[in-house]
Design a protein around this ligand. Structure first.
Ligand SMILES: [Zn+2]
Length: 328
């Protein structure tokens, strides 16, 4: 696997050059993507001491990630399997709906766009509820085809760059997408352009400040730090990025979809004075300490495994963990 195409990355939020970034944590390689990214063994997640943004650097160019996503889709799922998965996620989509209903006063007929709509079940719920024009944007040909055939949704298959147009939406949602993007600032600006003045965006990403790796289950670093997640956000960094593209953060929620890492939900309005009432001053050292403390256990396990020590009783593991991290 060639590695000469890895590029050191400047901070996407504040432009701070690559040479100024600090190490946060070594990037673990999941087994299933090792064949695509074997040259990433030595890369790491960096933290920007200027704004606190966390991102993978150096990293391969975008084409290699796109090739990876395309290859993932080579194993097409059965129709029944997709429906089963979507039904298993339905509770989560209802949570999103409830959050929107609680904080927005969307009228019947509201126009809604889901960027990275996947197989379309959230967009389908939104369409049923608000009865307006809905559009989904989806990279995966398989997911896009399913969403348009099964739910009869209007899907634009491709990347945001390919499908962006002057249409205006009352609401744009994007769930578990922004952390995968090569240039999230640019993409969020494009998303903001799709929204009418006074309209809203709901962005959902993994929350770097809600790490909860349990020592009992032997959870590994790679279950939360995935190299396909090119960015990790906190409330401050995501809100600051939204403000930079002219949005005003109005509501946020920490949500626990899976135990080991929570999500950050951020609802923003287009227009207004694009100010955030919360303090967005970053404290990168505090964040670095937090991440290192929360990941200490899986890092110790990885080290022990590297030197051949793999057998450890749960009780011993818990004791070491208590010693290292303290109770709680
Ligand atoms: Zn920065």
């Amino acid at each position: 696997m060639k590695s000469d195409d890895l590029v050191a990355v400047d901070c996407n939020l504040c432009g701070n050059p690559a040479v100024n970034q600090k190490d946060l944590i070594q990037a673990p390689l999941q087994r299933k993507i090792r064949s695509h990214f074997n040259d990433l063994k030595q890369t790491s997640f960096k933290i920007c001491p200027n704004c606190g943004l966390v991102f993978l650097s150096p990293r391969p160019p975008e084409e290699r990630f796109l090739a990876y996503y395309r290859s993932v889709n080579h194993k097409p799922k059965q129709h029944e399997e997709i429906i089963r998965n979507e039904e298993a996620n339905s509770w989560y989509h209802h949570e999103v709906m409830a959050f929107l209903e609680q904080h927005l006063n969307l009228a019947t007929g509201a126009r809604i766009c889901d960027v990275g709509c996947g197989y379309g079940s959230l967009l389908h719920l939104l369409k049923e509820r608000y009865q307006g024009g809905t559009v989904g944007v989806e990279l995966s040909t398989e997911a896009a085809a399913f969403a348009s055939a099964h739910y009869k949704l209007d899907i634009q298959q491709g990347r945001l760059d390919d499908v962006i147009n002057s249409e205006s939406f009352d609401l744009l949602v994007s769930v578990a997408v922004v952390e995968h993007l090569i240039d999230p600032l640019k993409s969020l600006r494009q998303m903001a352009e799709l929204v009418k003045p006074g309209g809203h965006l709901l962005i959902i990403v993994p929350d770097l400040e809600s790490l909860n790796l349990s020592p009992h289950k032997g959870e590994r670093l790679q279950t939360v730090f995935k190299i396909v997640h090119l960015y990790y956000f906190t409330y401050k960094t995501l809100a600051a990025m939204l403000v930079r593209v002219g949005l005003t953060p109005i509501k946020n929620r920490k949500f626990s979809r899976i135990k080991k890492q929570g999500e950050l939900w951020l609802l923003a309005r287009k227009g207004g004075d694009a100010q955030c009432s919360a303090d967005l001053t970053p404290n990168w050292r505090e964040l670095q300490r937090y991440v290192r403390r929360k990941t200490l256990w899986p890092r110790v396990v990885a080290l022990l495994e590297r030197i051949g020590l793999t057998i450890m009783s749960d009780k011993m593991a818990q004791q070491i963990h208590r010693y290292l991290v303290g109770k709680k």
